[in-house]
Design a protein around this ligand. Structure first.
Ligand code: FES
Length: 56
């Protein structure tokens, strides 16, 4: 599913960024561009990121 419609960032892309070392939202934004337009996806993207970090 798409987490960020503005930048076409999927939950898989968020999980991949975490697997590649993203550990906070700024690093996730730098890796994927998530949440850099309208910002509506930030809460959801953060949840997916934290879930992926916990799963590691
Ligand atoms: Fe992610 Fe708009 S949906 S910035």
């Amino acid at each position: 599913m798409y987490v960020c419609v503005c930048n076409s960032v999927s939950d898989k892309a968020v999980r991949k960024a975490v697997a590649n070392g993203a550990r906070n939202f700024i690093e996730l934004q730098q890796a994927t561009g998530v949440g850099t337009c309208c910002g509506k996806c930030v809460g959801c993207a953060r949840e997916v990121m934290l879930d992926a970090i916990e799963a590691e």
